[in-house]
Design a protein. Structure first.
Length: 457
């Protein structure tokens, strides 16, 4: 048992927690019908009577909306922002998603939205062992997304000091001068920071850092463990999105706790069009939960995040928390189907970050899928080596191939038959293609989809 940010809520028994969730669902659905132009019309069109939605089970009867729905109800498609669910005077901040998968989606946040988002991060940070007196360097970006900003508010509520760097390229003296006890960043950025420190004569393991918060995207356990080893401290997965899904691993590292009183999460299987049971993989579908009387800038019901996860457990965790735990979500946009088998970026990463490999690799990599038909494919992986001459290529290749094929029997068959092949290349530092691209690097690129359509003359 550790300390809690909000003990009464975080350790609440299942019956009371479910009752609280249902009360909030009733209020939230009523709020949607009264305050959101989109939902008012949507309920009418779908023949939904808001007062019939009484519990979390009833929510599953409602249709699912997606990012596409949001884009279709805001400019440039519509004149107004139809998802906005408060008066414009009550909007505190306006955000946009990065737009990596199309037009950016707009989100309006009230100040109570900020407090709810911050509370989710605050609970995660405290569950990871952070407390008053800690100093956290935030390397997540302070731009139009909500993560870094609401983490900063969370720190204030815990009594922590924030160093708002916004990226991991800060000078090493920041660590020397201010003695931070934690850093929030991605695995790759934390590894690159460690390399930079070593180059400047500092040993990351001897720094003031006690904990790392790894986030921004899903990572294989192997890469998280490696970053923890390099820094000589614990590393906790934390996940968050502008839609309000902040959740994080507790000190027991047994899944990410979802604040069930603040956001309701269901798992949906888009192929069978049914909700999945606990333990089954599916898409995260979320619903904002408002306490009666609360206001919300952009309210979502049954929103398909297009990220996939699995509910690990709804039982009380060894840390004492009762809120559900999920696996670190993966982006479905980062999954490609190869000869009937899904390959996610995280699968590739797991193969790269096999512990033995890390004696030779930096962890930086990029992968491409090629092949022109459904009958054969090749996975080309370019891995960065600190010292090409010293690299045990055969060992790295064997570890990679074995790990990638381990849980993929169909792909293993294709590999044995020669219809699925690997092309593994070792490259010197800073030469990968993604170094030249802006924004978050795309590390698994499906080149089979790139077919030029030449219009007839
Ligand atoms: Zn826990």
């Amino acid at each position: 048992m550790g300390s809690y940010f909000n003990e009464a809520i975080e350790t609440m028994g299942r019956t009371d927690l479910d009752a609280m969730i249902d009360e909030r669902i009733r209020y939230t659905v009523r709020y949607a019908a009264e305050r959101s132009p989109f939902y008012r019309q949507w309920f009418r069109e779908q023949g939904i009577w808001p007062e019939e939605i009484k519990s979390h089970e009833d929510l599953r009867k409602l249709p699912i909306i997606s990012g596409k729905t949001i884009r279709e109800h805001q400019p440039p498609v519509c004149v107004n922002f139809e998802m906005m669910s408060v008066e414009r005077n009550d909007v505190f901040t306006i955000h946009e998603t990065s737009g990596t998968s199309g037009t950016p989606k707009t989100f309006f946040l009230t100040y109570p939205d900020w407090l709810r988002f911050a509370e989710k991060y605050a609970r995660a940070f405290v569950s990871q062992g952070f407390g008053p007196g800690d100093t956290l360097v935030v390397c997540a970006s302070y731009g139009m997304n909500v993560g870094a900003n609401t983490m900063t508010l969370a720190a204030h509520r815990i009594g922590m000091t924030i160093i708002p760097e916004g990226k991991c390229t800060f000078p090493v003296r920041t660590i020397e001068y201010y003695k931070p006890t934690g850093v929030v960043g991605s695995v790759f950025k934390l590894l690159s920071l460690a390399r930079r420190m070593k180059k400047e004569g500092y040993e990351p393991r001897e720094s003031s850092l006690k904990r790392l918060v790894v986030g921004g995207e899903a990572f294989a356990d192997e890469s998280r463990n490696y970053v923890a080893e390099v820094w000589g401290c614990d590393a906790f997965n934390t996940y968050g999105s502008t839609e309000g899904t902040m959740c994080g691993e507790c000190s027991r590292v047994a899944g990410l706790h979802v604040s069930e009183d603040l956001v309701h999460m269901d798992i949906y299987d888009p192929t069978t069009k049914a909700f999945a049971a606990d333990g089954e993989c599916g898409r995260m579908v979320l619903t904002t939960l408002l306490k009666p009387g609360d206001r919300c800038g952009t309210l979502l019901l049954n929103y398909d995040t297009e990220d996939t996860t699995v509910v690990v457990s709804r039982d009380r965790c060894a840390c004492g928390r009762t809120h559900m735990r999920i696996l670190n979500p993966q982006r479905e946009a980062e999954t490609s189907w190869v000869l009937g088998t899904p390959i996610n970026r995280v699968d590739v990463e797991r193969g790269v970050f096999q512990r033995e490999n890390m004696e030779y690799l930096t962890g930086e990599y990029e992968a491409f899928i090629t092949g022109d038909t459904d009958s054969h494919a090749e996975l080309i992986v370019r891995m960065e080596c600190g010292d090409l001459e010293a690299c045990n290529r055969l060992l790295v290749m064997e570890n990679f191939v074995r790990t990638l094929l381990k849980w993929k029997p169909m792909l293993k068959n294709a590999y044995d038959e020669g219809t699925f092949r690997f092309g593994i290349e070792f490259v010197p530092p800073e030469t990968l293609e993604h170094y030249r691209s802006k924004g978050r690097p795309k590390r698994l690129i499906d080149r089979r989809k790139v077919t030029a359509v030449v219009p007839p003359l």
